[in-house]
Design a protein around this ligand. Structure first.
Ligand SMILES: *Cc1c(COP(=O)(O)O)cnc(C)c1O
Length: 362
Protein backbone atom coordinates (compact mmCIF):
# COMPACT_ATOMS: atom_id res chain seq x y z
CA UNK A 1 0.00 0.00 0.00
CA UNK A 2 1.22 3.52 -0.71
CA UNK A 3 1.50 6.07 2.08
CA UNK A 4 -0.99 8.23 0.18
CA UNK A 5 -3.56 5.40 0.43
CA UNK A 6 -3.32 5.09 4.22
CA UNK A 7 -4.81 6.86 7.21
CA UNK A 8 -3.09 5.80 10.41
CA UNK A 9 -5.23 5.80 13.58
CA UNK A 10 -2.53 4.28 15.80
CA UNK A 11 -2.61 5.26 19.48
CA UNK A 12 1.17 5.36 19.65
CA UNK A 13 3.70 5.45 18.21
CA UNK A 14 1.40 7.27 15.88
CA UNK A 15 1.19 9.14 12.62
CA UNK A 16 3.64 11.98 12.09
CA UNK A 17 2.85 14.91 9.78
CA UNK A 18 3.71 14.16 6.17
CA UNK A 19 5.67 17.42 5.88
CA UNK A 20 7.81 16.46 8.88
CA UNK A 21 8.73 13.09 7.43
CA UNK A 22 9.51 14.62 4.05
CA UNK A 23 11.82 17.19 5.61
CA UNK A 24 13.53 14.54 7.71
CA UNK A 25 13.91 12.32 4.65
CA UNK A 26 15.35 15.13 2.56
CA UNK A 27 18.03 15.87 5.13
CA UNK A 28 18.56 12.35 6.47
CA UNK A 29 21.98 11.73 4.94
CA UNK A 30 23.25 15.25 4.52
CA UNK A 31 21.97 17.57 7.17
CA UNK A 32 22.20 21.30 6.38
CA UNK A 33 25.03 20.72 3.95
CA UNK A 34 27.26 19.20 6.61
CA UNK A 35 27.89 15.97 4.73
CA UNK A 36 26.61 14.12 7.81
CA UNK A 37 23.30 13.03 9.25
CA UNK A 38 22.05 14.89 12.33
CA UNK A 39 22.15 11.40 13.89
CA UNK A 40 25.91 11.22 13.35
CA UNK A 41 27.07 14.33 15.17
CA UNK A 42 27.94 15.02 18.78
CA UNK A 43 25.13 16.13 21.04
CA UNK A 44 27.60 18.68 22.38
CA UNK A 45 28.37 20.21 18.99
CA UNK A 46 27.22 23.77 18.37
CA UNK A 47 25.12 22.50 15.48
CA UNK A 48 23.14 20.04 17.59
CA UNK A 49 22.83 22.44 20.49
CA UNK A 50 21.12 24.80 18.10
CA UNK A 51 18.60 22.07 17.22
CA UNK A 52 18.01 21.32 20.89
CA UNK A 53 17.58 24.95 21.86
CA UNK A 54 15.29 25.69 18.93
CA UNK A 55 13.07 22.73 19.88
CA UNK A 56 12.83 23.99 23.43
CA UNK A 57 12.11 27.55 22.29
CA UNK A 58 9.38 26.34 19.93
CA UNK A 59 7.78 24.15 22.59
CA UNK A 60 7.85 27.04 25.06
CA UNK A 61 6.28 29.33 22.48
CA UNK A 62 3.54 26.85 21.55
CA UNK A 63 2.53 26.23 25.16
CA UNK A 64 3.31 29.80 26.30
CA UNK A 65 5.36 28.29 29.12
CA UNK A 66 5.77 31.05 31.73
CA UNK A 67 9.19 31.94 33.14
CA UNK A 68 10.06 29.93 36.22
CA UNK A 69 9.68 26.57 34.50
CA UNK A 70 12.38 24.28 33.14
CA UNK A 71 11.76 22.20 30.03
CA UNK A 72 13.56 18.85 29.94
CA UNK A 73 13.94 16.33 27.12
CA UNK A 74 14.47 12.97 28.82
CA UNK A 75 14.46 9.24 28.10
CA UNK A 76 12.58 6.28 29.52
CA UNK A 77 9.10 7.27 28.36
CA UNK A 78 6.20 8.41 30.48
CA UNK A 79 6.55 5.12 32.36
CA UNK A 80 9.88 6.16 33.86
CA UNK A 81 8.22 9.38 35.02
CA UNK A 82 5.82 7.25 37.06
CA UNK A 83 8.87 6.62 39.28
CA UNK A 84 10.73 9.88 38.69
CA UNK A 85 7.84 12.00 39.98
CA UNK A 86 7.67 10.46 43.48
CA UNK A 87 11.46 10.19 43.67
CA UNK A 88 11.91 13.88 42.87
CA UNK A 89 8.91 15.32 44.70
CA UNK A 90 8.52 13.30 47.87
CA UNK A 91 10.30 11.56 50.73
CA UNK A 92 9.84 8.01 52.02
CA UNK A 93 6.73 7.85 54.19
CA UNK A 94 5.00 10.78 52.48
CA UNK A 95 1.42 10.61 51.31
CA UNK A 96 0.71 11.30 47.64
CA UNK A 97 -2.69 11.98 46.09
CA UNK A 98 -3.56 10.23 42.83
CA UNK A 99 -6.72 10.30 40.75
CA UNK A 100 -7.53 6.95 39.17
CA UNK A 101 -9.36 7.50 35.89
CA UNK A 102 -8.03 4.67 33.77
CA UNK A 103 -5.33 2.14 33.05
CA UNK A 104 -2.53 4.71 32.75
CA UNK A 105 -3.49 6.21 36.11
CA UNK A 106 -3.42 2.72 37.56
CA UNK A 107 0.11 2.13 36.30
CA UNK A 108 1.27 5.44 37.75
CA UNK A 109 -0.30 4.50 41.09
CA UNK A 110 1.31 1.04 41.18
CA UNK A 111 4.71 2.60 40.58
CA UNK A 112 4.23 5.42 43.11
CA UNK A 113 3.30 2.87 45.80
CA UNK A 114 6.87 1.58 45.67
CA UNK A 115 8.05 4.92 47.01
CA UNK A 116 5.31 6.40 49.18
CA UNK A 117 1.79 6.00 50.52
CA UNK A 118 -0.72 6.65 47.78
CA UNK A 119 -4.16 8.04 48.57
CA UNK A 120 -6.52 7.46 45.65
CA UNK A 121 -8.60 10.63 45.83
CA UNK A 122 -10.93 9.93 42.91
CA UNK A 123 -11.69 6.60 41.31
CA UNK A 124 -13.77 5.78 38.26
CA UNK A 125 -12.96 2.06 38.20
CA UNK A 126 -16.45 1.07 39.43
CA UNK A 127 -17.89 2.55 36.21
CA UNK A 128 -15.25 0.85 34.07
CA UNK A 129 -13.43 4.19 33.79
CA UNK A 130 -16.13 5.83 31.70
CA UNK A 131 -16.18 9.23 33.34
CA UNK A 132 -14.11 11.72 35.32
CA UNK A 133 -15.34 11.93 38.92
CA UNK A 134 -16.33 15.58 39.55
CA UNK A 135 -13.85 17.40 41.70
CA UNK A 136 -16.49 18.15 44.33
CA UNK A 137 -16.30 14.43 45.24
CA UNK A 138 -12.53 14.27 45.61
CA UNK A 139 -11.06 13.76 49.08
CA UNK A 140 -7.50 15.10 49.14
CA UNK A 141 -5.65 14.44 52.41
CA UNK A 142 -4.13 17.61 53.86
CA UNK A 143 -0.72 15.92 54.19
CA UNK A 144 -0.50 15.02 50.47
CA UNK A 145 2.70 16.27 48.81
CA UNK A 146 1.20 16.58 45.33
CA UNK A 147 -1.80 15.55 43.25
CA UNK A 148 -1.19 13.41 40.17
CA UNK A 149 -3.71 12.82 37.41
CA UNK A 150 -3.79 11.53 33.84
CA UNK A 151 -5.38 14.32 31.84
CA UNK A 152 -6.15 12.09 28.84
CA UNK A 153 -6.62 8.36 29.28
CA UNK A 154 -5.41 6.91 26.00
CA UNK A 155 -6.91 3.45 26.53
CA UNK A 156 -10.29 4.39 28.00
CA UNK A 157 -10.83 7.43 25.77
CA UNK A 158 -11.51 9.74 28.73
CA UNK A 159 -10.22 13.32 28.75
CA UNK A 160 -10.49 15.73 31.67
CA UNK A 161 -12.74 18.65 30.71
CA UNK A 162 -11.23 20.68 33.58
CA UNK A 163 -7.92 21.27 35.33
CA UNK A 164 -8.23 20.21 38.97
CA UNK A 165 -8.18 23.16 41.35
CA UNK A 166 -5.83 22.17 44.17
CA UNK A 167 -4.78 25.54 45.58
CA UNK A 168 -1.13 25.50 46.64
CA UNK A 169 -0.75 21.73 46.34
CA UNK A 170 1.61 20.91 43.47
CA UNK A 171 -0.41 19.61 40.52
CA UNK A 172 1.25 16.91 38.37
CA UNK A 173 -0.17 15.65 35.08
CA UNK A 174 0.62 12.85 32.66
CA UNK A 175 -0.33 14.54 29.36
CA UNK A 176 1.27 11.94 27.08
CA UNK A 177 -1.66 11.54 24.71
CA UNK A 178 -3.00 15.07 24.37
CA UNK A 179 -0.20 17.55 24.97
CA UNK A 180 -0.13 20.07 22.11
CA UNK A 181 -3.69 19.20 21.05
CA UNK A 182 -5.02 22.55 22.34
CA UNK A 183 -3.84 25.59 24.32
CA UNK A 184 -2.93 24.91 27.94
CA UNK A 185 -2.53 27.09 31.02
CA UNK A 186 0.85 25.75 32.15
CA UNK A 187 0.87 28.06 35.17
CA UNK A 188 -1.70 25.81 36.86
CA UNK A 189 0.81 22.97 37.02
CA UNK A 190 3.85 22.10 39.08
CA UNK A 191 4.93 19.41 36.64
CA UNK A 192 3.76 18.12 33.26
CA UNK A 193 5.21 15.10 31.52
CA UNK A 194 4.50 13.38 28.23
CA UNK A 195 6.05 10.66 26.14
CA UNK A 196 6.42 12.26 22.71
CA UNK A 197 5.21 9.36 20.58
CA UNK A 198 1.50 10.16 20.72
CA UNK A 199 1.14 13.77 19.67
CA UNK A 200 4.57 15.37 19.86
CA UNK A 201 7.08 13.30 17.90
CA UNK A 202 8.56 9.82 17.69
CA UNK A 203 9.21 7.46 20.60
CA UNK A 204 12.42 7.80 22.56
CA UNK A 205 11.94 11.22 24.05
CA UNK A 206 9.89 12.40 27.00
CA UNK A 207 8.93 16.01 27.64
CA UNK A 208 9.03 17.25 31.22
CA UNK A 209 7.98 20.78 32.18
CA UNK A 210 8.77 21.42 35.83
CA UNK A 211 8.41 24.47 38.06
CA UNK A 212 11.82 25.60 39.26
CA UNK A 213 10.98 25.65 42.95
CA UNK A 214 10.47 21.87 42.80
CA UNK A 215 14.04 21.21 41.70
CA UNK A 216 16.55 20.06 44.30
CA UNK A 217 14.20 17.93 46.38
CA UNK A 218 15.03 14.51 44.93
CA UNK A 219 15.72 11.65 47.28
CA UNK A 220 19.40 10.79 47.68
CA UNK A 221 18.95 7.40 45.99
CA UNK A 222 17.36 8.89 42.84
CA UNK A 223 19.35 7.81 39.78
CA UNK A 224 21.16 10.88 38.53
CA UNK A 225 19.63 10.68 35.04
CA UNK A 226 16.19 10.79 36.68
CA UNK A 227 17.05 13.78 38.86
CA UNK A 228 15.28 16.83 37.45
CA UNK A 229 17.70 19.30 38.99
CA UNK A 230 20.74 17.45 37.66
CA UNK A 231 19.20 17.20 34.18
CA UNK A 232 18.13 20.85 34.23
CA UNK A 233 21.67 21.88 35.17
CA UNK A 234 23.04 19.94 32.18
CA UNK A 235 20.46 21.04 29.62
CA UNK A 236 19.02 17.47 29.58
CA UNK A 237 22.47 16.25 28.48
CA UNK A 238 23.70 14.54 31.60
CA UNK A 239 24.30 11.63 29.27
CA UNK A 240 23.78 11.18 25.53
CA UNK A 241 20.22 12.22 24.73
CA UNK A 242 18.16 10.60 21.92
CA UNK A 243 19.32 13.16 19.41
CA UNK A 244 17.27 12.00 16.44
CA UNK A 245 14.02 11.90 18.43
CA UNK A 246 14.80 15.37 19.78
CA UNK A 247 15.38 16.67 16.26
CA UNK A 248 12.17 15.07 14.94
CA UNK A 249 10.11 16.44 17.81
CA UNK A 250 11.55 19.83 16.97
CA UNK A 251 10.28 19.43 13.40
CA UNK A 252 6.83 18.55 14.76
CA UNK A 253 6.82 21.71 16.91
CA UNK A 254 7.71 23.81 13.86
CA UNK A 255 4.96 22.11 11.87
CA UNK A 256 2.38 22.92 14.56
CA UNK A 257 3.52 26.54 14.57
CA UNK A 258 3.14 26.67 10.79
CA UNK A 259 -0.43 25.31 11.10
CA UNK A 260 -1.33 28.25 13.32
CA UNK A 261 -0.30 26.90 16.71
CA UNK A 262 -2.41 25.23 19.35
CA UNK A 263 -5.52 27.36 18.82
CA UNK A 264 -5.68 26.10 15.23
CA UNK A 265 -5.00 22.53 16.39
CA UNK A 266 -7.87 22.76 18.87
CA UNK A 267 -10.36 23.83 16.17
CA UNK A 268 -9.28 20.98 13.91
CA UNK A 269 -9.24 18.42 16.71
CA UNK A 270 -12.72 19.43 17.89
CA UNK A 271 -14.07 19.16 14.33
CA UNK A 272 -12.63 15.68 13.93
CA UNK A 273 -13.91 14.43 17.29
CA UNK A 274 -17.38 15.96 16.87
CA UNK A 275 -17.80 14.39 13.45
CA UNK A 276 -16.85 10.92 14.68
CA UNK A 277 -18.75 10.96 18.00
CA UNK A 278 -21.77 12.52 16.29
CA UNK A 279 -21.96 9.69 13.81
CA UNK A 280 -21.34 6.98 16.43
CA UNK A 281 -24.16 8.31 18.64
CA UNK A 282 -26.63 8.58 15.76
CA UNK A 283 -25.71 5.31 14.06
CA UNK A 284 -27.63 2.72 16.05
CA UNK A 285 -24.83 0.36 15.03
CA UNK A 286 -21.79 1.68 16.92
CA UNK A 287 -21.63 2.94 20.48
CA UNK A 288 -19.37 4.89 22.85
CA UNK A 289 -20.10 4.60 26.59
CA UNK A 290 -17.94 7.44 27.91
CA UNK A 291 -19.81 10.32 29.61
CA UNK A 292 -20.23 12.94 26.91
CA UNK A 293 -18.45 15.77 28.72
CA UNK A 294 -15.47 13.52 29.41
CA UNK A 295 -14.94 12.05 25.96
CA UNK A 296 -11.43 12.30 24.59
CA UNK A 297 -10.90 14.34 21.44
CA UNK A 298 -7.73 12.34 20.81
CA UNK A 299 -8.66 8.71 21.43
CA UNK A 300 -12.16 7.74 20.32
CA UNK A 301 -13.03 4.31 21.70
CA UNK A 302 -16.09 2.57 20.33
CA UNK A 303 -17.79 -0.77 20.03
CA UNK A 304 -20.13 -2.44 17.61
CA UNK A 305 -23.48 -3.37 19.09
CA UNK A 306 -22.62 -6.84 17.80
CA UNK A 307 -19.13 -7.32 19.25
CA UNK A 308 -18.51 -10.41 17.11
CA UNK A 309 -18.18 -8.14 14.10
CA UNK A 310 -15.31 -6.12 15.59
CA UNK A 311 -12.45 -8.25 14.18
CA UNK A 312 -14.17 -8.13 10.78
CA UNK A 313 -14.36 -4.35 11.06
CA UNK A 314 -10.65 -4.09 11.84
CA UNK A 315 -9.54 -6.28 8.96
CA UNK A 316 -11.91 -4.76 6.39
CA UNK A 317 -10.82 -1.27 7.44
CA UNK A 318 -7.14 -2.19 7.07
CA UNK A 319 -7.84 -3.57 3.60
CA UNK A 320 -8.94 -0.09 2.51
CA UNK A 321 -6.05 1.70 4.23
CA UNK A 322 -7.66 2.61 7.56
CA UNK A 323 -4.99 1.31 9.89
CA UNK A 324 -4.71 0.46 13.59
CA UNK A 325 -8.36 0.68 14.61
CA UNK A 326 -8.17 -2.18 17.10
CA UNK A 327 -8.77 -1.20 20.72
CA UNK A 328 -6.09 -1.67 23.38
CA UNK A 329 -5.60 -5.34 24.27
CA UNK A 330 -6.70 -4.74 27.87
CA UNK A 331 -10.14 -3.40 26.91
CA UNK A 332 -10.79 -4.72 23.40
CA UNK A 333 -13.26 -2.99 21.11
CA UNK A 334 -12.18 -0.36 18.63
CA UNK A 335 -10.24 2.87 18.91
CA UNK A 336 -9.49 5.66 16.48
CA UNK A 337 -6.75 8.00 17.63
CA UNK A 338 -7.16 11.44 16.08
CA UNK A 339 -3.88 13.15 16.93
CA UNK A 340 -2.76 16.40 15.32
CA UNK A 341 -1.20 14.68 12.32
CA UNK A 342 -4.45 12.92 11.34
CA UNK A 343 -6.25 15.25 8.91
CA UNK A 344 -10.02 15.77 8.70
CA UNK A 345 -9.92 13.78 5.46
CA UNK A 346 -8.88 10.77 7.53
CA UNK A 347 -11.99 11.06 9.69
CA UNK A 348 -14.13 11.50 6.57
CA UNK A 349 -12.64 8.35 5.06
CA UNK A 350 -13.31 6.49 8.31
CA UNK A 351 -16.93 7.72 8.40
CA UNK A 352 -17.49 6.62 4.81
CA UNK A 353 -16.18 3.18 5.70
CA UNK A 354 -18.23 2.99 8.93
CA UNK A 355 -21.45 3.90 7.11
CA UNK A 356 -20.77 1.34 4.42
CA UNK A 357 -19.88 -1.34 6.98
CA UNK A 358 -23.08 -0.64 8.92
CA UNK A 359 -25.16 -0.93 5.75
CA UNK A 360 -23.55 -4.20 4.77
CA UNK A 361 -23.69 -5.79 8.23
CA UNK A 362 -26.63 -3.95 9.84
C1 LIG B 1 1.47 5.85 26.17
C2 LIG B 1 1.21 6.40 27.53
C3 LIG B 1 2.06 6.17 28.60
C4 LIG B 1 3.30 5.29 28.47
O1 LIG B 1 4.23 5.90 27.71
P1 LIG B 1 5.68 5.26 27.48
O2 LIG B 1 6.39 6.36 26.79
O3 LIG B 1 5.46 4.04 26.63
O4 LIG B 1 6.24 4.91 28.79
C5 LIG B 1 1.78 6.73 29.81
N1 LIG B 1 0.70 7.50 29.98
C6 LIG B 1 -0.16 7.76 28.97
C7 LIG B 1 -1.34 8.62 29.22
C8 LIG B 1 0.08 7.21 27.72
O5 LIG B 1 -0.77 7.46 26.71
Amino acid sequence: MLRSDVYNFSAGPSALPQAVLEKAAAELCDWRGSGMSVMEISHRSAAFLEVAHQAEADLRALLAVPSGYRVLFLQGGASLQFAAVPLNLSSAGDTLAYANTGLWSEKAIVEARRYATVAVVADSSASGHRHVPPQSQWQIPSEARYLHYTSNETIGGVEFPFIPDVGDLPLVADMSSHILSRPLDVSRFALIYAGAQKNAGPSGITLVIVREDLLGRARALTPQVMNYQAQAAEGSMLNTPPTYSWYLSGLVFQWIKAQGGLAAMAILNDQKAEALYGYIDASGFYRNDVARADRSAMNVVFNLLDARLEPVFVSEAAAVGLMHLKGHQRVGGLRASLYNALPMAGVQALLTFMRDFATRHG
